[in-house]
Design a protein. Sequence first.
Length: 56
Amino acid sequence: MKNGKKPTLRQQNAIWAAKLIPSDWLVYKAGPFHLHIVHRENKQTHIISTGKERTN
């Protein structure tokens, strides 16, 4: 796994929307529809939605 990076303000808002505390999480993969985050201390991972919906 790549090293996690500090989340941007928009990513922090998505983490808050998932009822998590952004200061405890690092982003290791960011796509247009999902955000892959890892916990700073216990290395637990989550995949959360960024709130953007795919429209076809």
